[in-house]
Design a binder for this molecule. Structure first.
Ligand code: HEM
Ligand code: HEM
Length: 154
């Protein structure tokens, strides 16, 4: 398994643990409900999106019978999304205590998080552009692929 795939899957699980911990704190201390945006972005941008990224970077190139367009962009995505989410989640918390610093953290974190998302879109889009095209003899025969692939010599 590629290292950036493992890194995304591990980051996803780390964000799950941190987001759930904040969620439990919110249930134990009802006043902490004000941290809900941090909780939900740790879980949706962190756990959910990074799990999707890790699985997509592993599975989509294999589905498409090609390699990932740019492993370096995937690494840049990992850095941008993790630094970005750290700043974003911090910003959601800090803005309640210090408005200007919180706004700065939210702005930088938001731009980095978005940059990571755009990088993933670009990388996977270009990967799908390179998807292997089935041989023309397998197309437009009107028969299911399983029948054709199980017929030796066709
Ligand atoms: C032990 C696990 C969890 C605990 C204790 C927990 C706790 C909470 C609490 C106390 C709230 C605030 C509810 C309110 O505003 O009254 C909340 C909101 C939320 N949580 Fe969790 N949570 C947990 C896991 C998760 C997970 C795994 C996800 C997503 C993958 C998630 C997504 C959300 C979202 C999206 C909201 C905002 C809901 C809204 O705005 O209506 N939570 N959670
Ligand atoms: C670049 C990425 C993202 C940025 C910068 C961002 C930023 C924000 C901001 C600033 C808010 C308003 C929070 C507030 O002031 O209370 C918000 C709300 C919300 N975001 Fe995001 N977001 C991002 C991605 C996502 C993703 C991927 C999801 C879900 C998969 C998501 C789900 C939500 C939800 C459900 C709310 C409403 C929270 C509530 O009021 O209960 N966001 N987001």
């Amino acid at each position: 398994m590629e290292r950036y795939v493992v890194a995304f899957l591990r980051a996803s699980m780390a964000w799950l643990a941190m987001g759930v911990t904040l969620g439990v704190c919110m249930t134990v201390h009802p006043g902490w409900i004000v941290y809900r945006p941090a909780h939900l972005h740790m879980l949706l941008l962190g756990f959910v999106m990074m799990m999707i990224a890790g699985v997509a970077y592993h599975v989509l190139p294999r589905f498409a019978a090609t390699s990932l367009y740019s492993p370096r962009i995937a690494v840049a995505h990992w850095v941008a999304s993790n630094v970005g989410l750290t700043l974003l989640a911090s910003g959601f918390i800090v803005r309640l205590h210090n408005g200007p610093i919180g706004a700065w953290l939210l702005g930088v974190g938001g731009v980095l998080s978005a940059a990571g998302a755009y990088a993933m879109v670009w990388n996977l889009w270009r990967t799908l552009d390179r998807a292997a095209v089935p041989p023309s003899r397998l197309m437009n025969t009107g028969r299911p692929l399983t029948t054709m692939s199980s017929s030796p010599g066709r």
